[in-house]
Design a protein around this ligand. Structure first.
Ligand code: PEP
Ligand code: MN
Length: 277
């Protein structure tokens, strides 16, 4: 197998072209289409997830996000539904012909998440959980690798290399914001990282303006900026009723914003010769 690693690549060397990743359903990430992965932070119930999936599909979305295994900072908060959550996700995604992206929080989750999801998410807190990276590296399944919120770009790309060395080349990097000195926002979207990761690695880059900002009023503007910077896709939290969300309500857009989201982000994608789907 030809290694797609790029750790020896320096910023002053020629830009590496993005290797598009087939995520199934006729969708390629890193090509002409700019893929929106939308849905709630957490799968909370069948009704909440089905309502989300229906609205996303109606708006033209193709990929449903939602966490069943949740990496929560406090053990006193909602920890996710676990396996029943995966079953809900799969059922509603199949009903509306959507793909599923969801997180495997631990090595022991990998087999069931691989069975139920189309894309396996590795969360920010787990970016350097090497046994987890090796486990998803053994699969023939796309992996969305979130950047650690205190990881350098080089550390992030090395984490991707751990997956790639096990044989899985279907890697989607995800810039989800890094911790900075300013508490005004939850994190800071590192637009440099979107541009640089695409220059020095072959992996497509997804941007997550929800976790990058922590504020729903900033999500659309930062999504637009990320697309303009060259992001190949967006991971965005939407909820039927953000005020009652069991996780990440303040950064979640209501489902009623989906049409506004497409109307405001679509033209930026089009200006970059891409179609937002
Ligand atoms: C999420 O996508 O809901 C999530 C937990 O993201 P992160 O790992 O980036 O915090
Ligand atoms: Mn979240």
């Amino acid at each position: 197998m030809i290694s797609r690693s790029k750790q020896t690549q320096k910023a002053d060397l020629p830009v590496i072209s993005t290797f598009p990743v087939d995520i199934g359903g006729g969708l390629m990430v890193g090509g002409d289409q700019l893929i929106l992965m939308a849905g709630p932070c957490s799968v909370e119930s069948y009704e909440q997830t089905r309502e989300s999936a229906e609205a996303i599909a109606t708006a033209g979305g193709r990929v449903l996000r939602g966490g069943a295994y949740k990496p929560r900072t406090s053990p006193d908060t909602f920890q996710g539904l676990g396996r029943p959550g995966l079953e809900i996700l799969r059922a509603v995604a199949d009903e509306f012909n959507l793909l599923v992206v969801t997180e495997a929080l631990a090595v022991e989750h990998v087999p069931i998440v691989a069975e139920m999801a189309d894309i396996i998410q590795i969360g920010s807190r787990n970016m350097q959980h090497y046994p987890l990276l090796w486990a998803v590296g053994e699969l023939d399944k796309p992996v969305l690798l979130k950047r650690g919120y205190m990881a350098t770009i080089s550390e992030w790309l090395s984490a991707a290399d751990h997956i790639e060395r096990r044989g899985n080349q279907r890697i989607l990097l995800c810039e989800r914001g890094i911790r900075t000195f300013d508490p005004s926002t939850r994190n800071t979207m590192d637009a440099n990282a979107i541009v640089l990761a695409k220059q020095i690695s072959p992996y497509p880059v997804i941007a997550d303006p929800s976790h990058a900002t922590g504020r729903s009023d900033l999500v659309i503007p930062i999504a637009r900026a990320a697309v303009a910077a060259g992001a190949d896709g967006l991971l965005v939290e939407f909820h039927p009723d953000p005020n009652s969300a069991l996780s990440d309500g303040p950064q979640s857009l209501p489902l009623t914003s989906l049409s506004t989201f497409y109307a405001q982000v679509g033209p930026i994608a089009a200006a970059c010769n891409r179609e937002l789907v």
